[in-house]
Design a protein around this ligand. Structure first.
Ligand code: SF4
Length: 417
């Protein structure tokens, strides 16, 4: 990771100057992100993938091949409502056009390398994309009801090197494209046969999305935003913005943009309440310190008592789990509609951290709860299939290496952010 500037641009005392500087910072983040762009969504034979295109792009393509713009509505329905992957299934489209579409286009899905189901019913998918890169997606069913969360990856690798995170030990290879992000969700739904897309308040098995898999979604904002707009579109998958949560380590300028443009729920990986410690645990803090991250949460437009911001807090024994830390956490988030997810640390080889004791977890949770914030202790799910937080892909890679198999593709150098 590159050295962080001593002063963040948004620290200006002048509000206008701060927002201009934030625009500059957003442009810088986007330019960096473009260096890790995904490959074009096309097959070697030249056929183009229709998944991941916006409605406008789909219309342009239909017009390009001499079709009327209303074809977009038909295709959208078949692709995202019915889940069709074969043009011949599209009964509202005449056979000659079905054939014309099949000659030029595909409705893609990532390839399923492995699909494992845990004893607790958590299901983990290892998906492979067209260039051989891989990412993992996890479905975590609710323990009581027929619903559950799909945890989606946004990048292959990660630049942020959070010290508690095993996943973060992998250098960033590239961003995932909109087709690959939507494709993870669609392929998971294929696995459960949840097509056509349930309408309105009809119960769904795959009922929420959390952008908490591999990668920092706000360092791939354009692709993530495009994918979420497709998923939220009411004539297709139609998942409400209230059912989507983006988890960030605190990329402040993009938090503002995400709130203004997408209005989805926000989760923040806080993990420490003092800058000196957070600088070490979440190195992005050197660029966007706690004060700025919390200020961005206070102005996040989608936050309300019904849609609270989630603060993720990994419990590391003797590092960040004291009662004084808990009290400082309460002070920091006071007045924000929030809940705190306490995450027991999952030890991995090479990490010097140890998990907090159960007693300390309970003491910490009680202080936060007594201050009026829900503070569930998030029990790890899917441990037996290595689907728990921070285990994604690292373990798949390690097992593959142990079995003498090569990785999917060489990793690019981590250019940092
Ligand atoms: S916690 Fe998230 S942002 Fe931090 S290194 Fe791990 S994958 Fe990257």
């Amino acid at each position: 990771m590159s050295a962080a500037p001593a002063t963040s641009p948004s620290r200006s005392r002048d509000g206008t100057a701060a927002s201009l500087l934030n625009d500059e910072e957003r442009a810088r983040i986007r330019a960096k992100s473009a260096q890790f762009a995904p490959p074009p969504a096309a097959l070697p034979d030249g056929r183009r993938d229709l998944v991941g295109l916006s409605r406008e792009e789909l219309t342009d393509i239909m017009v390009e091949i001499g079709e009327k713009p209303f074809r977009t509505k038909q295709l959208w329905h078949w692709i995202y409502h019915q889940g069709a992957t074969d043009f011949s299934r599209m009964s509202s489209i005449a056979r000659p056009l079905q054939e014309k579409l099949a000659e030029r286009f595909v409705i893609g899905r990532p390839g399923v390398v492995t699909e494992q189901t845990s004893q607790d019913s958590t299901r983990k998918f290892l998906f492979r994309f067209r260039d051989g890169q891989e990412a993992e997606t996890v479905y975590i069913p609710d323990r009581q009801e027929d619903r559950g969360a799909v945890c989606i990856s946004s990048q292959v690798g990660c630049t942020l090197s959070c010290t508690f995170c095993h996943t973060g030990t992998q250098a960033l290879v590239r961003n995932l494209g909109a087709a690959e992000i939507v494709g993870q969700f669609m392929a998971a739904r294929d696995s459960y046969g949840e097509w056509p897309s349930p309408k309105g308040e009809t119960p769904r098995l795959l009922s929420t999305i959390v952008l908490m898999g591999m990668g920092e979604p706000l360092y791939n904002y354009d692709n993530v935003a495009k994918a979420m707009r497709i998923i939220m579109d009411g004539e297709g998958i139609g998942l409400s913005r209230r059912r989507i949560t983006l988890s960030t380590s605190g990329v402040v300028p993009m938090m503002d943009q995400c709130g203004a443009e997408l209005g989805i729920n926000l989760a923040v990986s806080l993990h420490a309440v003092r800058d000196d410690l957070r600088d070490e645990i979440v190195p992005l803090n050197r660029k966007y310190p706690i004060r700025e991250v919390i200020a961005a949460c206070r102005r996040y437009p989608a936050a309300s008592n019904a849609r609270r911001i989630t603060f993720e807090y990994i419990m590391l024994r003797g590092i960040n789990d004291s009662e004084a830390d808990a009290r400082e956490l309460v002070r920091l988030i006071s007045g924000i509609p929030a809940k705190v997810n306490l995450i027991p640390f999952n030890p991995w080889p090479g990490s010097s951290y140890r998990p907090s004791t159960r007693e300390q977890l309970d003491r910490f949770a009680k202080i936060v709860m007594d201050a009026g914030f829900a503070s569930p202790i998030r029990m790890p799910r899917g441990r037996d299939i290595l689907a728990a937080c921070g285990q994604l892909r690292t373990e798949s890679q390690r097992l593959r290496r142990a079995a003498g198999q090569p990785d999917a593709a060489p990793e690019a150098e981590d250019a940092g952010t």
